[in-house]
Design a protein around this ligand. Structure first.
Ligand SMILES: CC(C)(COP(=O)(O)OP(=O)(O)OC[C@H]1O[C@@H](n2cnc3c(N)ncnc32)[C@H](O)[C@@H]1OP(=O)(O)O)[C@@H](O)C(=O)NCCC(=O)NCCS
Length: 184
């Protein structure tokens, strides 16, 4: 484990002793109870208690804008979670999930702040493997995104969505007071 030192420094960096060869930049706040896999790269981010980050995950970017990973969230190996991506508690982010933060990228290197969009993945969301998410999207609480989906629009809370582009397929029923309650 080593900490890299090229960042602007928000002041707090906790490095979990179980992680090997991960690079956690100064200015990150990684809860001591979070598990960080091997070969992760983490910049300007907050990672909550009991979060579990797999191997080779990229989180955040060299920017003023943070990335957050909530409590008890699991991020599978190879995921790319760029700055401006905010993930709630108890989420599952499948392997090689790809997020974005520039809605109209180009290679000029000019200021792109007007093209920057945040992405919000709310509490209890489950995202399958190899899902790609366009920036600016919000995935509602408890939603489930099927494997290989391309998410271009908001997903409603407690709905299954999949496909390319992803579409709402069915609501997820909840048990409330002994009765099945659909899409509260
Ligand atoms: C979405 C999911 C949860 C299943 O939802 P479901 O509504 O129960 O779907 P079913 O399995 O009953 O399939 C229903 C139909 O949708 C299709 N379908 C299911 N998932 C799909 C997906 N991600 N993309 C496109 N079509 C999909 C099925 O092929 C099936 O089509 P058919 O009726 O023409 O045969 C599941 O397919 C999935 O994607 N799980 C995530 C797995 C994963 O990525 N795990 C990562 C951890 S290792």
């Amino acid at each position: 484990m080593r900490a890299i030192d090229n960042t602007m420094g928000r002041g707090v960096t906790h490095i979990h002793p179980d992680s090997h060869q991960a690079a956690i930049a100064n200015g990150c706040e990684v809860h001591p109870d979070a598990q960080i896999g091997n070969f992760c790269r983490i910049f300007r981010s907050y990672i909550g208690p009991n979060a579990n980050i797999g191997n080779g995950v990229t989180i955040g970017g060299n920017s003023e804008v943070d990335c957050t990973i909530g409590d008890d969230t699991r991020v599978q190996s190879g995921a790319l979670l760029y700055h401006g991506v905010h993930i709630g508690s108890l989420c599952f982010i499948g392997p090689r999930c790809t997020t974005t933060n520039d809605c109209l990228p180009d290679a000029t290197g000019r200021d792109w702040s007007h093209r920057f969009r945040e992405t919000h993945i709310l509490d209890g969301v489950n995202i399958g493997a190899s899902v790609t998410i366009l920036c600016g999207v919000t995935i509602g609480k408890g939603a489930r995104i099927g494997i290989g989906s391309l998410v271009l629009k908001d997903v409603q809370p407690r709905w299954v969505a999949y496909g390319s582009p992803a579409h709402h397929v069915r609501p997820i029923p909840t048990i409330a007071g002994g009765k099945v309650k659909v899409n509260p």
